[in-house]
Design a protein around this ligand. Structure first.
Ligand SMILES: [Zn+2]
Ligand SMILES: [Zn+2]
Ligand SMILES: [Zn+2]
Ligand SMILES: [Zn+2]
Length: 229
Protein backbone atom coordinates (compact mmCIF):
# COMPACT_ATOMS: atom_id res chain seq x y z
CA UNK A 1 0.00 0.00 0.00
CA UNK A 2 1.30 3.46 -0.83
CA UNK A 3 2.37 6.05 1.71
CA UNK A 4 0.94 9.52 1.45
CA UNK A 5 2.09 13.07 1.91
CA UNK A 6 0.53 15.51 4.35
CA UNK A 7 -0.08 18.78 2.52
CA UNK A 8 0.12 20.76 5.78
CA UNK A 9 3.64 19.78 6.91
CA UNK A 10 5.00 17.90 3.87
CA UNK A 11 5.84 14.72 5.82
CA UNK A 12 4.98 11.25 4.53
CA UNK A 13 3.03 8.67 6.54
CA UNK A 14 1.47 5.27 6.00
CA UNK A 15 -2.21 5.09 5.17
CA UNK A 16 -2.98 3.97 8.74
CA UNK A 17 -0.71 6.54 10.33
CA UNK A 18 -2.11 9.48 8.40
CA UNK A 19 -5.48 9.67 10.18
CA UNK A 20 -3.74 9.91 13.54
CA UNK A 21 -1.13 12.32 12.22
CA UNK A 22 -3.73 14.68 10.77
CA UNK A 23 -5.50 14.89 14.09
CA UNK A 24 -2.44 16.60 15.60
CA UNK A 25 -1.12 18.25 12.43
CA UNK A 26 -4.37 20.08 11.73
CA UNK A 27 -4.22 21.44 15.31
CA UNK A 28 -0.66 22.68 14.77
CA UNK A 29 -1.18 24.17 11.31
CA UNK A 30 -4.73 25.37 11.18
CA UNK A 31 -6.09 28.50 12.71
CA UNK A 32 -9.41 27.06 13.75
CA UNK A 33 -11.94 29.16 11.91
CA UNK A 34 -15.64 29.46 12.40
CA UNK A 35 -16.79 27.17 9.61
CA UNK A 36 -17.82 23.67 10.72
CA UNK A 37 -16.01 21.07 8.64
CA UNK A 38 -15.82 17.33 8.10
CA UNK A 39 -12.53 15.57 7.67
CA UNK A 40 -13.15 12.78 5.18
CA UNK A 41 -10.95 9.79 4.54
CA UNK A 42 -11.50 8.65 0.93
CA UNK A 43 -10.10 5.67 -0.94
CA UNK A 44 -10.77 3.37 -3.83
CA UNK A 45 -12.80 0.36 -2.64
CA UNK A 46 -10.50 -2.10 -4.44
CA UNK A 47 -7.34 -0.31 -5.59
CA UNK A 48 -6.20 0.50 -2.07
CA UNK A 49 -3.06 2.36 -3.24
CA UNK A 50 -5.27 5.35 -4.02
CA UNK A 51 -6.45 7.37 -1.04
CA UNK A 52 -6.68 10.90 0.29
CA UNK A 53 -7.95 13.00 3.15
CA UNK A 54 -9.92 16.18 2.62
CA UNK A 55 -11.36 18.87 4.82
CA UNK A 56 -14.72 20.10 3.58
CA UNK A 57 -17.17 22.64 4.90
CA UNK A 58 -20.29 21.01 6.32
CA UNK A 59 -22.63 23.23 4.35
CA UNK A 60 -21.07 22.06 1.06
CA UNK A 61 -23.46 19.94 -1.00
CA UNK A 62 -23.06 16.34 -2.09
CA UNK A 63 -23.15 17.66 -5.66
CA UNK A 64 -20.06 19.76 -4.88
CA UNK A 65 -18.20 16.83 -3.33
CA UNK A 66 -19.06 14.80 -6.42
CA UNK A 67 -17.69 17.62 -8.61
CA UNK A 68 -14.48 17.68 -6.58
CA UNK A 69 -14.00 13.89 -6.86
CA UNK A 70 -14.57 14.09 -10.61
CA UNK A 71 -12.00 16.90 -10.91
CA UNK A 72 -9.24 15.28 -8.92
CA UNK A 73 -9.73 11.58 -9.70
CA UNK A 74 -12.57 10.48 -11.94
CA UNK A 75 -13.92 12.50 -14.85
CA UNK A 76 -13.50 10.93 -18.28
CA UNK A 77 -16.69 11.35 -20.31
CA UNK A 78 -19.44 12.74 -18.10
CA UNK A 79 -20.81 9.44 -16.77
CA UNK A 80 -23.51 9.24 -14.11
CA UNK A 81 -22.51 9.03 -10.47
CA UNK A 82 -24.06 8.35 -7.09
CA UNK A 83 -23.44 8.41 -3.36
CA UNK A 84 -25.03 5.73 -1.17
CA UNK A 85 -25.62 6.98 2.38
CA UNK A 86 -27.76 5.05 4.88
CA UNK A 87 -29.45 3.04 2.09
CA UNK A 88 -30.42 6.12 0.07
CA UNK A 89 -28.85 6.76 -3.34
CA UNK A 90 -28.08 10.34 -4.34
CA UNK A 91 -27.60 10.43 -8.10
CA UNK A 92 -26.32 12.86 -10.72
CA UNK A 93 -27.81 13.76 -13.08
CA UNK A 94 -31.11 13.34 -11.27
CA UNK A 95 -34.47 13.17 -13.03
CA UNK A 96 -37.95 12.15 -11.93
CA UNK A 97 -37.62 8.97 -14.01
CA UNK A 98 -34.32 8.28 -12.28
CA UNK A 99 -36.09 8.12 -8.96
CA UNK A 100 -38.16 5.18 -10.26
CA UNK A 101 -35.12 3.15 -11.35
CA UNK A 102 -33.70 2.38 -7.94
CA UNK A 103 -35.14 -1.16 -7.73
CA UNK A 104 -36.55 -0.60 -4.28
CA UNK A 105 -33.74 1.77 -3.24
CA UNK A 106 -34.79 5.34 -2.69
CA UNK A 107 -33.10 7.75 -5.12
CA UNK A 108 -32.69 11.47 -4.53
CA UNK A 109 -30.95 14.55 -5.88
CA UNK A 110 -27.39 15.42 -4.76
CA UNK A 111 -28.43 18.97 -3.99
CA UNK A 112 -28.30 18.51 -0.21
CA UNK A 113 -25.69 19.67 2.29
CA UNK A 114 -23.25 17.23 3.90
CA UNK A 115 -24.20 18.60 7.31
CA UNK A 116 -27.72 17.23 6.92
CA UNK A 117 -26.48 13.71 6.18
CA UNK A 118 -23.12 12.98 7.77
CA UNK A 119 -21.92 12.41 11.32
CA UNK A 120 -18.65 11.33 12.92
CA UNK A 121 -17.61 7.80 11.96
CA UNK A 122 -20.22 7.40 9.22
CA UNK A 123 -19.13 5.34 6.23
CA UNK A 124 -20.58 5.74 2.75
CA UNK A 125 -19.74 5.05 -0.87
CA UNK A 126 -19.46 6.88 -4.19
CA UNK A 127 -19.74 5.32 -7.63
CA UNK A 128 -18.70 6.98 -10.86
CA UNK A 129 -19.85 5.43 -14.15
CA UNK A 130 -22.38 2.61 -13.79
CA UNK A 131 -20.69 0.59 -16.58
CA UNK A 132 -16.95 0.51 -15.88
CA UNK A 133 -17.47 1.67 -12.32
CA UNK A 134 -14.93 3.30 -10.04
CA UNK A 135 -16.13 2.78 -6.47
CA UNK A 136 -14.84 4.89 -3.61
CA UNK A 137 -15.25 4.32 0.13
CA UNK A 138 -15.61 7.41 2.29
CA UNK A 139 -15.55 7.81 6.06
CA UNK A 140 -16.07 10.80 8.32
CA UNK A 141 -12.75 10.61 10.19
CA UNK A 142 -13.15 13.75 12.25
CA UNK A 143 -15.06 16.98 12.71
CA UNK A 144 -13.51 20.41 13.04
CA UNK A 145 -13.62 24.07 12.23
CA UNK A 146 -11.89 25.61 9.26
CA UNK A 147 -11.34 29.01 7.77
CA UNK A 148 -11.05 30.25 4.22
CA UNK A 149 -7.75 32.14 4.55
CA UNK A 150 -4.78 31.49 2.24
CA UNK A 151 -3.86 28.35 4.14
CA UNK A 152 -7.41 27.23 4.79
CA UNK A 153 -10.30 25.89 2.80
CA UNK A 154 -10.21 26.96 -0.82
CA UNK A 155 -13.39 27.75 -2.63
CA UNK A 156 -13.30 25.70 -5.80
CA UNK A 157 -16.31 27.42 -7.26
CA UNK A 158 -18.50 24.58 -6.05
CA UNK A 159 -17.63 24.46 -2.37
CA UNK A 160 -15.02 25.07 0.31
CA UNK A 161 -12.69 22.10 0.39
CA UNK A 162 -9.03 21.26 0.56
CA UNK A 163 -6.82 18.21 0.31
CA UNK A 164 -5.10 17.41 3.62
CA UNK A 165 -3.15 14.40 2.36
CA UNK A 166 -2.89 12.28 -0.73
CA UNK A 167 -1.19 9.00 -1.68
CA UNK A 168 2.17 9.10 -3.41
CA UNK A 169 2.01 7.65 -6.94
CA UNK A 170 2.34 3.85 -6.64
CA UNK A 171 5.41 2.39 -8.33
CA UNK A 172 3.98 0.46 -11.25
CA UNK A 173 6.53 -1.54 -13.19
CA UNK A 174 6.54 -2.38 -16.88
CA UNK A 175 5.34 -5.99 -17.06
CA UNK A 176 7.74 -6.68 -19.93
CA UNK A 177 11.05 -5.27 -18.70
CA UNK A 178 10.58 -3.94 -15.15
CA UNK A 179 11.23 -0.25 -15.90
CA UNK A 180 8.68 2.28 -14.53
CA UNK A 181 5.41 1.96 -16.47
CA UNK A 182 4.24 5.08 -18.31
CA UNK A 183 1.19 3.71 -20.10
CA UNK A 184 -1.38 0.98 -19.81
CA UNK A 185 -2.96 -1.03 -22.63
CA UNK A 186 -6.69 -0.99 -21.84
CA UNK A 187 -7.32 -4.07 -24.01
CA UNK A 188 -4.76 -6.18 -22.16
CA UNK A 189 -5.93 -4.79 -18.81
CA UNK A 190 -9.56 -5.58 -19.66
CA UNK A 191 -8.67 -9.14 -20.66
CA UNK A 192 -6.63 -9.41 -17.45
CA UNK A 193 -3.58 -10.42 -19.42
CA UNK A 194 -0.03 -9.58 -18.41
CA UNK A 195 1.95 -6.95 -20.30
CA UNK A 196 -0.85 -4.40 -19.81
CA UNK A 197 1.42 -1.97 -17.91
CA UNK A 198 4.31 -0.82 -20.07
CA UNK A 199 7.29 1.55 -20.18
CA UNK A 200 7.83 3.88 -23.13
CA UNK A 201 10.01 1.47 -25.13
CA UNK A 202 7.77 -1.52 -24.57
CA UNK A 203 4.68 0.55 -25.45
CA UNK A 204 6.25 1.25 -28.85
CA UNK A 205 6.86 -2.47 -29.38
CA UNK A 206 3.42 -3.58 -28.05
CA UNK A 207 1.06 -5.36 -30.48
CA UNK A 208 -2.13 -3.33 -29.78
CA UNK A 209 -3.36 -0.16 -31.50
CA UNK A 210 -2.18 3.24 -30.24
CA UNK A 211 -5.69 4.34 -29.32
CA UNK A 212 -5.91 1.58 -26.71
CA UNK A 213 -3.18 3.13 -24.55
CA UNK A 214 -3.85 5.40 -21.60
CA UNK A 215 -1.24 7.26 -19.55
CA UNK A 216 -0.30 6.08 -16.07
CA UNK A 217 -1.71 8.71 -13.72
CA UNK A 218 -2.13 8.94 -9.93
CA UNK A 219 -5.83 8.09 -9.81
CA UNK A 220 -7.98 5.07 -8.95
CA UNK A 221 -9.40 5.40 -12.46
CA UNK A 222 -6.06 4.82 -14.21
CA UNK A 223 -6.56 2.54 -17.23
CA UNK A 224 -10.37 2.72 -17.08
CA UNK A 225 -12.63 3.91 -19.93
CA UNK A 226 -10.92 6.99 -21.43
CA UNK A 227 -9.39 8.41 -18.24
CA UNK A 228 -6.24 10.47 -18.91
CA UNK A 229 -5.86 12.37 -15.63
ZN1 LIG B 1 1.26 17.06 8.63
ZN1 LIG C 1 -15.64 7.35 -19.67
ZN1 LIG D 1 9.35 -2.08 -20.61
ZN1 LIG E 1 -2.50 -4.57 -25.64
Amino acid sequence: MTDGRCTLCGETYTKQGMTRHLRSCTQDHVDAGDRPTFHLSIGDAYRTDYWMHVEIEQETTLAALDEFLRDIWLECCGHMSSFTIDDVEYVKPYTEEESMLGFGVERRDMDISLGELLEGGLEFTHEYDFGTTTELSLRVADLGYGDTGDEGLQDHGYGAIRVLARNEPPEIKCETCGAPATSVCTEHLYRQESEAWLCEDCTAAHECDDHLFLPVVNSPRVGVCGYTG
